[in-house]
Design a protein around this ligand. Sequence first.
Ligand SMILES: C[S@@+](CC[C@H](N)C(=O)[O-])C[C@H]1O[C@@H](n2cnc3c(N)ncnc32)[C@H](O)[C@@H]1O
Length: 349
Amino acid sequence: MSELEKIESELAVLTKQLADFLLLPPCDRSTPGFAKIWRPISRYRVRLRTALQDQGSILSDPRYRDAHTSEMEQRVGYNAAHRRLRLWPNVEDMVNKQVTPVGKQLMPQPSDYMEGAHNKYVNHLYSALHTLALPSAEAMMNLLSDAHPDIALPATHFEALMHAAYRICLAQGRDTPPRFLDVGCGGGTKIWAALPFFPDASGLENNPTQVKVGAAAMAKLNAPEHCIIEADARLFKDYSKYDVIYFYRPLKDPNGLREMEDAIMAQARPGTILIAPYLGFSAENEDRRCSNIAPSIYVVGVSPYQVEGLRRRSEMIGTEAPRHGSAADASLGYWRPIVEASRRNGYAL
Ligand SMILES: C[S@@+](CC[C@H](N)C(=O)[O-])C[C@H]1O[C@@H](n2cnc3c(N)ncnc32)[C@H](O)[C@@H]1O
């Protein structure tokens, strides 16, 4: 083991301790508690820099190179160690924000996501995507009589709902990635829009032409294969497989809509997040089947008292753009436990 590797493995023990500290509830994290863990970590910065310089000199002199590994492998390892050291200020910033985090409401005010030049511009672009993925004239003719045409919820409103649902999922401390479902997904653009938050996203749609056109659009975008399921939302039997279920009033007929809402609430597991951004959702006022946690967002099978605790924990989750685990995480080395703990807290590098 080289001196550099030895230092990195010592540091990994300390960064694991810091990761455990970050996973404490926010009220149990304190500045002195953080300083006690961070101080010994920070001493390694200079040692690492020196060890890297030494390693660089060794690599440039064939006489001293490690005979058991190829020069290429040694250079790859050296470059990766360099990258880890360069991450130092970013990691420090990311961790500092989590020591005494400030809570933020789950849903912003409607004016924050609907008004202003930026929101209007994003919604203008999204409406083009929606039109491009939209069923052909033929599909519009085929619309089932009790269905709403594929009218899209504006992208900035949807993004606010997705981010709130994502923060709730993090606060719930789930062990597996949440599965998202858009009930009545039309051309499928909301599946695409949900992917940055929920990489396992699907939609269901009962208009066969829309399913065909939507599936072709999703394939062009490289969305997960078979992400559009052809089914009637009132008769679908697999709602219990999903963790976040979004339905933007797919059916015009109030009885049909009610049937769909009942089917969803009868099957959804406790803790499932429902997103129903329309007036008249049958459980919007006090309902034993689910409790309201934020505007248009509900949690299945929990009491208003329990949902209040979950809301408070969710508000303490950070609001940075979600980052999910990938193969590249392996090269994070000693930073990995901190990066993973930070992601669970809603913070990213
Ligand atoms: C208002 S659009 C919603 C589009 C998209 N989910 C959004 O939020 O932007 C409603 C969609 O629900 C579909 N739909 C209507 N009735 C349905 C049913 N019984 N089962 C499944 N999908 C249905 C319609 O064909 C239409 O594409």
